[in-house]
Design a protein. Structure first.
Length: 223
């Protein structure tokens, strides 16, 4: 297997893990019970899953478009790919340090509140809600999302879209599973929120390691 193929596979796994880290971010995971209640209302489990899937598609569309745009921009930087990796790696290390709580990046402290007062009672309203929420959540999940966008900037349009598609899967798969298990979500969240700090620290350490490997061009070591 060539180094490029290995690095690409690692990037995909990194994107998926980044999505999962985003799901467990402090401004998403603790509010999950109330958020799901608003999203799915009380129309039964099948309706809950249906709306969660529609919401997830809307959420993913925005992130994938971001990936395509970033990858397209990266095409113009292909000559300077190694420098982009180094600068990107430094940014990823900074994102990771902020995730551990060593210092804060004010812009990433909380999401932007966007009121959405319509009832989420159809596929398209849930889809639209997903699009709106993507913009609201972007600042909060900035460290993980910024890491994946940095990786996307070292590739091309297709790789950028693919990376953010996989990132979106990492974010929405737990969300859809939560809608399936909505009856037990409260207890699960209450238990895991106690360990929110350690989840963040672990995620931060992962990002820091990933950043240093990018800086030194050694991502293939993860294989």
């Amino acid at each position: 297997m060539s180094p490029i193929t290995v690095t690409t596979q690692i990037s995909y796994w990194g994107a998926f893990v980044g999505g999962i880290l985003s799901f467990f971010s402090p401004c998403i995971f603790p509010i999950l019970p109330g958020f799901l209640a608003f999203l799915v209302s009380s129309h039964g489990r099948s309706a809950a899953i249906y709306k969660a899937v529609a919401f997830s598609i809307g959420l993913s569309v925005i992130f994938i478009l971001l990936g395509l745009a970033t990858g397209t921009f990266g095409v113009f930087l292909i000559t300077y790919k190694r420098y982009v990796e180094i600068i990107g790696g430094i940014l990823v290390v900074i994102f990771g340090l902020s995730y551990t709580g060593l210092f804060t990046l004010p812009f990433f402290e909380k999401g932007i509140y966007i009121p959405f007062k319509r009832n989420v009672d159809s596929f398209w309203s849930a889809f639209l809600f997903g699009i709106v929420t993507a913009f609201a959540w972007t600042p909060c999940i900035g460290p993980a999302l910024g890491t994946i966008l940095t990786m996307a900037a070292t590739g091309n349009t297709l790789s950028g879209g693919t990376l953010l598609s996989i990132f979106s899967l990492g974010l929405v798969i737990p969300l859809i599973l939560a809608s399936i298990l909505i009856q037990v979500v409260n207890r699960i969240v209450a238990f895991l929120v106690k360990y929110q700090r350690w989840i963040n620290v672990t995620g931060g350490i992962v990002l820091i390691i990933f950043g240093f490997l990018m800086i030194f061009g050694k991502l293939a070591l993860l294989s």
